[in-house]
Design a protein around this ligand. Structure first.
Ligand SMILES: Cc1cc2nc3c(=O)[nH]c(=O)nc-3n(C[C@H](O)[C@H](O)[C@H](O)COP(=O)(O)OP(=O)(O)OC[C@H]3O[C@@H](n4cnc5c(N)ncnc54)[C@H](O)[C@@H]3O)c2cc1C
Length: 472
């Protein structure tokens, strides 16, 4: 990084609070009491992020008389669900390219189910008055290198060939810059309906309120410590009590699963984001952004960025950090060297905003699996279901995951459970040090590819062939 750019980046970060912007909200609800003694219920949901909250809500919608308990190890929404970028995508497959590579025959069906899932979220936002700044503005993938312009065109043609291009629009350089102005943008592909922007923590807190209103009993600061079979049902031990349940749904994401064999399928990869102070009307006018879409660039190591309800810019991504041994560690939620890199990239993208400062900087662990889209399953003879591995695109897909878990627990064959995507599993990660070395080499190769006009080297091509390719 050039010294001047480095100095500007450092200055812009000097007041940044090292906490997730979204979780600093004065509207944050207080924690509910922890569970003590024995609780009995029809369905126990473990985890108070979107996966758990949607599962509990959908369970009550399907059968209002069902007795549902949700336990959360800390506070609802404190983890990924309260600190993400707030891009709520219809895609269930981590984007079209990944879906096409893995489930080509099934993709139109997956896209349709994904769109219905996003519609379902929009309906729930209205029905339960979830105050989460939901705006279905879509997302523009922008090309910042000539090879990416070609890739965007090829992607559009592929989507069109499958008859799925409705709502998609290719933008040339002038058109994309008329939407959001950056000298680095060369073209864009705008998906007008397939993504909504929202305030992630407010969505989690709104879902918590909606669950309580429907009669879900929620206990916070209540980690499930152990899962055991008890007669025809299951028991979960907690620090001060236990829950006896007919069925259990695990929405524990990147945290060690209570079903041990599931742990090998995911690794935590830390992702980081910056939030600016609110833009002045003049600063906003210099960027445009009247249609308030989310944006992502198309590099192998990519940035995502968006505007908030109070006209701040969230700028995240690029640096994905895998900790040796896959250990979760709160200290990794902060990474000043990544913040500097992100800030420098921000001003390269928006030089007209020089002088703007960042108010918040934070990170969080993403539950990454080798196929970059969620996997599902059951344990204990169908009494326990799990969904995990959303790999950085779980804001929307976790609701679909909740539906799948409920289908599996009911033992029902549905349009969801018949999907190859639902029935198959990703390749598990190898033990250390192989996982660490493999992920490290992949990251290095992606950075090289970004520098070399997108050309993927032998390592990335081999990973692609094995279905392990990192695609942006
Ligand atoms: C920085 C960042 C940016 C992201 N940006 C986006 C984005 O823009 N769009 C997008 O779609 N996705 C994004 N993601 C990913 C998205 O946030 C996640 O996929 C989604 O929130 C997963 O929801 P979840 O409920 O499965 O997991 P979580 O939100 O992690 O919730 C799991 C909960 O389970 C609890 N828990 C775990 N174990 C136990 C136990 N034994 N007992 C009790 N409770 C337990 C945890 O305390 C936690 O609260 C991002 C993630 C990060 C970190």
């Amino acid at each position: 990084m050039a010294p001047v750019a480095m100095r500007l980046a450092a200055q812009s970060l000097s007041d940044a609070q090292p906490v997730p912007f979204w979780l600093e909200d004065p509207g944050k609800p207080g924690a509910l009491p922890a569970l003590t003694g024995t609780e009995k219920c029809d369905l126990l949901v473990v985890g108070g992020g979107y996966s758990g909250l949607w599962t509990a809500l959908l369970a009550k919608e399907r059968e209002p008389s069902r007795d549902v308990v949700l336990i959360e190890g800390r506070e609802v929404g404190w983890a990924a669900s309260g600190r993400n970028g707030g891009f709520c995508a219809a895609s269930l497959t981590h984007g079209f390219g990944n879906g096409l590579a893995r489930w080509p025959g099934e993709l139109p069906r997956l896209e349709e189910l994904g769109e219905r899932n996003l519609d379902g979220i929009e309906e729930a936002v209205a029905r339960y008055s979830l105050d989460c700044d939901f705006e279905r503005t879509g997302e523009i993938d922008v090309a910042t290198e000539p090879y990416q312009v070609e890739e965007l065109h090829e992607m559009y043609e592929e989507i069109d060939r499958l008859g799925l291009a409705d709502g998609l629009e290719l933008l040339d350089r002038d058109a994309v810059r008329a939407e959001v102005d950056s000298p680095t943008f060369l073209a864009g592909l705008w998906d007008r309906r397939g993504v909504a922007m929202l305030n992630p923590a407010k969505l989690a807190w709104g879902l918590k309120r909606a669950c309580l209103d429907l009669g879900v009993r929620i206990f916070e600061n209540t980690p499930g410590l152990e899962l055991v079979s008890v007669g025809a049902g299951m028991g979960v031990r907690t620090p001060y009590g236990r829950v006896l349940a007919r069925r259990v749904a695990l929405g524990t994401n990147v945290f060690p699963s209570l079903v041990k064999r599931v742990r090998h399928y995911t690794v935590p990869v830390y992702d980081y984001a910056l939030m600016t102070e609110p833009l002045s009307p003049e600063q906003l006018a210099s960027v445009g952004w009247k249609n308030r879409q989310g944006l992502g660039d198309s590099a192998n190591q990519f940035h995502y960025f968006r505007i908030t309800a109070d006209n701040r810019i969230l700028w995240g991504g690029y640096d994905a950090i895998y900790p040796f041994g896959g250990k979760l560690d709160a200290e990794r939620d902060q990474r000043p060297e990544t913040y500097l890199k992100l800030a420098e990239h921000f001003f390269r993208c928006f030089p007209q905003l020089e002088g703007l400062r960042f108010s918040h900087a934070w990170g969080g662990a993403i539950d990454t699996c080798s196929r970059f889209s969620a996997f599902f399953g059951t344990a204990y003879k169908g009494k326990v279901a799990y969904a995990a591995g959303f790999t950085g695109l779980g804001v929307g897909a976790t609701r679909f995951g909740g539906d799948v878990m409920l289908d599996l627990l009911a033992g029902e064959r549905t349009e969801r459970t018949e999907l190859d995507m639902v029935r198959s599993k990703p390749l598990p990660f190898p033990p250390e040090p192989i996982a660490w070395a493999g992920i490290g080499i992949t990251k290095w190769a992606m950075a090289r590819a970004d520098e070399n006009g997108g050309r993927r080297n032998l390592w990335l091509k081999t990973m692609d062939r094995m279905g392990l390719g990192f695609d942006s």
